[in-house]
Design a protein around this ligand. Structure first.
Ligand SMILES: [Zn+2]
Length: 124
C-alpha cells in the first residue's frame, strides 16, 4: 500500500474512456506540469486529476475512511497528500490552467462521467 497514486488505475481508465467517447484530445501525466495531472487537455487549458477517495481524502465520502491503527502515521500521510494536491492546483491555476478533480467514486457511472467531462469543455 505504499503507492499514493497508480499510473493506470481503474478510475483513470474510466475517465480516459469517457474522454475518448466525447472525442476529446488529451495527454497523460504531463511531467512538465505541477502535480503531473492525469489528463491534460491543452486546447482547453484544462488539467484533470483523477483522485482516489481514500488517498486524497474525498470530503464526506464513505471511501475516505480512517485506518484504526497507526492513526498518527495515516493522519500525517493524508495531510501530506492533500497539501501536495493543493500546491499543485495553486501552481496550475497561477499558470493559467483550469483544474478539475474527478473523484474515484464519480467514475463508476459512465453516463454521469461523460456529463461531467462535457460540462468541463462546453466548446468542443
Ligand atoms: Zn469519493
Amino acid at each position: 500500500m505504499s503507492r499514493v497514486r497508480g499510473k493506470d488505475t481503474k478510475p483513470e481508465k474510466s475517465v480516459r474512456q469517457a474522454a475518448h467517447a466525447l472525442g476529446l484530445r488529451f495527454r497523460l501525466h504531463r511531467a512538465d506540469l505541477p502535480g503531473r495531472p492525469d489528463l491534460v487537455l491543452a486546447k482547453h487549458r484544462l488539467a484533470i486529476f483523477v483522485h482516489g477517495c481514500f488517498w486524497h481524502r474525498h470530503h464526506g465520502c464513505s471511501k475516505a475512511t480512517m485506518p484504526k491503527t497507526q492513526a498518527a502515521f495515516w493522519a500525517d500521510k493524508f495531510e501530506a497528500n492533500v497539501n501536495r494536491d493543493r500546491v499543485a492546483q495553486e501552481k496550475l491555476t497561477a499558470a493559467g490552467w483550469r483544474v478539475a478533480i474527478i473523484w474515484e467514486c464519480e467514475t463508476r457511472d459512465r453516463a454521469a462521467l461523460e456529463g461531467t467531462l462535457a460540462g468541463l469543455v462546453p466548446h468542443r
